[in-house]
Every structure is written in structure tokens, then in C-alpha cells.
Design a protein around this ligand. Structure first.
Ligand code: NI
Length: 279
């Protein structure tokens, strides 16, 4: 189902149930976790320094121009027909990180494919994990370079956040992501335009980054998904990864088939700049 409606589209389904804090940009209670920004400061992005911003300095071409952007390749053919099966797409954001290897082991053992929305700045330190994701049938999506609220950045910085991550993933795997998840779910029309990729939000926010509690993760992860849903987790948190085997078991008992986000949409070509929170 298309969701081009509201800024906070990603939590539209779950918000009613759980009075989740605002996901709106600039709101004090915006979601997300501190880890991405912490690691962002460890590796400053020249394109996002305050100085560059204040002085309106044109970004220096200190990296080679990526090959011209062509129309993204069509998603791989769906192995599962989600118009027939009861599908759910599990997504893991902000990695790869310290627990991602264990998560990949768990997914492989359960023969489940998931979608990883990676931060570009984390790719170089985890090349093997990123390659493994692709080799083992998971989908790799772009979650920006350093997890800024894109609505606060000039458009050229938004484009740089997207492009650097596309390049980092392509350098390691040979394939570039076709899906983008905006940090904090924060998008407006200008950002949507600058990103120029389908914007994947979610229908279930497990709030794993907030509670960091295995039992809560299991409960939310098993009970809340509905047919065609997209579930938001973060593989940078140990309690999330610890919960995954039970979440998989519980969702299987509910009759779900696990698919990647592209599979969820059945090979249909998603529209750049449009928001999708569920099938
Ligand atoms: Ni994130």
C-alpha cells in the first residue's frame, strides 16, 4: 500500500496502539538512538560540518564522481507471492555492528531473509558482514551515511549522504541498494526529491532502541505485525538480536512467511521519492 501522506507515516499503524513519541522531524521526542550520532562524531563527515554549512561552502570534489545514475535495476523476481502468502518483512537498521554476525547466523539457521538498512559509515569496518548479507540472500538498503535528520540539511548534503552510502555498499558487494530508509523516518518533499529512491518506512516500530529489553522485543515482534507489514528493529542492540530467534518462531506460528522488502512488494517497481510503510 502506498503511503505518501504524512511525515510520520512510518508509525501510522502502530502509533494508535502505543502512543509512541513523535517521529516528526525537529520534535524533541524523535525516535532513533544515540549510537549513530556517536559514531558519526568519531568520523566527521566533511560534507556535514557546521563550518561548511554556515559558510555555504560548496562541497569539495574530494571523491571520484560515481558512475552516472541510471534507472535502478528492477528488483529481483519475488520468490514468494505475497498476494497469496501472509508475508512480513523484518528490517534491521543502523548497522552493521557488533551483533550483526550473530544475527546473520540466526537468520541463516532459520532460513529467513531480512532487509538491512545500513549506515554508509559502518560499511568499511564490516565488509565481510555486508558481503555476507548479499551472499545469503538478504536485501541491503541505504540508511544514509551518518544518520542525520535529513530535513535539517541542504539538498546537496542529502544527496551526498545517499551517494556516499550507495558507493560504499557497491564497492564492497558489487551491487547498490535500491531502497532508502530516512533516519528517524524524517522526510519532507524536498528530501524526498533529493534522495530520489523509494522511501521505506515501517508499519511496526518495536521500540527496541528505547527499551532494549529482550522480552519486550519478543512481545512486540511477535504480536504486532500484520499481513504485509514492515517491522523495524536495530541490529546494533544486543537485546534485539537476542530476541530474534523467538520472534521468528512466534511469527512462524502465526503463519507468516519472511520476505525482504523488495519481495514484499512482489517485484513491483517502487517509485523514487514515494513512501512505503507496508504492502
Ligand atoms: Ni536509524
Amino acid at each position: 500500500m502506498l503511503l505518501g501522506l504524512v511525515l510520520a507515516a512510518g508509525c501510522a499503524q502502530s502509533a494508535a496502539k502505543r502512543a509512541e513519541p513523535s517521529r516528526a522531524r525537529g520534535a524533541g521526542g524523535r525516535t532513533g538512538d544515540p549510537t549513530p550520532s556517536a559514531s558519526a562524531s568519531a568520523e566527521p563527515d566533511p560534507a556535514t560540518t557546521p563550518a561548511a554549512h554556515e559558510n555555504h561552502i560548496v562541497p569539495q570534489p574530494d571523491e571520484p564522481e560515481p558512475p552516472p545514475e541510471e534507472e535502478p535495476p528492477a528488483p529481483p523476481p519475488a520468490r514468494v507471492d505475497c498476494s497469496v502468502r501472509k508475508c512480513v518483512a523484518l528490517t534491521f537498521d543502523d548497522g552493521p555492528g557488533a551483533y550483526t554476525g550473530r544475527l546473520l547466523d540466526q537468520l541463516r539457521a532459520a532460513r529467513v531473509h531480512a532487509t538491512f538498512f545500513l549506515l554508509g559509515q559502518n560499511v568499511a569496518g564490516h565488509r565481510d558482514l555486508v558481503r555476507r548479507m548479499v551472499q545469503e540472500g538478504h536485501e541491503v538498503g541505504n540508511h544514509s551515511w551518518s544518520h542525520p535528520d535529513l530535513t535539517t540539511l541542504p539538498s546537496w548534503e542529502v544527496r551526498a549522504q545517499v551517494r556516499r552510502t550507495q558507493q560504499a555498499v557497491h564497492d564492497v558487494t558489487g551491487v547498490a541498494p535500491v531502497l532508502f530508509r530516512p533516519p528517524y523516518g524524517a522526510v519532507d518533499e524536498r528530501v524526498a526529491d533529493a534522495v530520489d529512491m523509494p522511501l521505506i518506512l515501517w508499519s511496526v516500530d518495536t521500540l527496541d532502541w528505547l527499551h532494549r529489553d529482550v522480552r519486550r522485543n519478543i512481545t512486540a515482534g511477535v504480536r504486532e505485525p500484520r499481513r504485509g507489514g514492515i517491522v523495524l528493529f536495530h541490529d546494533i542492540h544486543r537485546p534485539t538480536v537476542a530476541a530474534v530467534p523467538s520472534v521468528l518462531e512466534g511469527l512462524r506460528e502465526r503463519g507468516f512467511t519472511f520476505v525482504t522488502v523488495s519481495e514484499l512488494f512482489g517485484g513491483r517497481r517502487l517509485v523514487p521519492g514515494r513512501r512505503y510503510a507496508e504492502r
